[in-house]
Design a protein around this ligand. Sequence first.
Ligand code: SF4
Length: 371
Amino acid sequence: MIERSWRKPVRVGPLTVGGDAPISVQSMTKTDTRDIDATVAQIHRLEDAGCDLVRVAVPDEKAARALGEIKRQINIPLIADIHYHGEFALIAIEQGVDKIRLNPGNLRKPEMVSRIAALCRERDIPIRVGANAGSVAEDVLARYPQGHEGLALALVDNALEQIALLEREGMDNIIIALKAFDIDTALYAYRAMADRVAYPFHVGITEAGLPPAGIVRSVAGLTMILSAGLGDTLRVSLTAEPEEEVRVGIETLRSLRLRTGGLTIVACPSCGRVEVDLHALAKEVEEKLRPLDKELAAAGKELRVSVMGCVVNALGEARDADVGLGGGKNKGIIFRHGERVNTVPEGELVDGLIAQVRAELDGAVAGDASK
Ligand code: SF4
């Protein structure tokens, strides 16, 4: 059981980040924000994947002015990601975004901080501040010895300076991110920050790269950070479609039992005993059942489905699965709660499994013609 460090709850639209709220999963669009249709379409795909909140880049005024229309067409909280230009933050807030990502110390016009903070306070909009290992100022780095710990402490100092700029303006609706590619640095930084302030943490391993290496690095880092009880919202940062980031984030939380509900697919790796195309079978099951995941999660219901390449191990696995299948020569068996309910030709295995999943979801007892 992972015990989470208590962090101040911060509201992001209808969602709470911190406190005892579930850890949320976020992503960032990779479209041109000025292209409203493309951005909305990508956000809808993210919603389908289970994304809890989404961030969009705001590189210019046209992008800032597109935010209201984007917000109207989506169903999850919208975050505006802003660098240097405080005026874009003011427009974004007026457009109705739910959160701003901005470092006040980086604004070209420092006098903008008080206007942005005042508007955020008025609208109850939080600001996410942070520090990134790649852009810590030289004078801050020089305060500490070289190495992971020194860099982590420099990250903390850098973020604390951003926080102080906001607190000076009466703003305490803050979320913190401390980004590093190196896992030790990120973990050490969050640990050090946890003792200093109570604001909630946005966690992740930055610029983790292409899958599968990027997924491995992200999950390894998130596992260490989340297992230390740190993290209130997360982003998996991949050079891939953003839906992939969301799926990895959700599965990481589920694997750590930090999120319950939804669909778990157990599949064997296959071996020399297999007599069906297990990989294709598992992929088809995953694709066809994926839309059910959100439905199950929303209902707080868990469903475990197993896809096994042979009957010997399928029988054992079936005891723990709600629904499962075991492959055989040109045919396979379908299980439900450890009981064999059907034997079907290989070509009908997936549909047979899905029929049992549906029956499970509907609470119906399937009329099985066991052979
Ligand atoms: Fe091999 Fe059967 Fe185990 Fe799959 S379940 S790995 S096919 S022995």
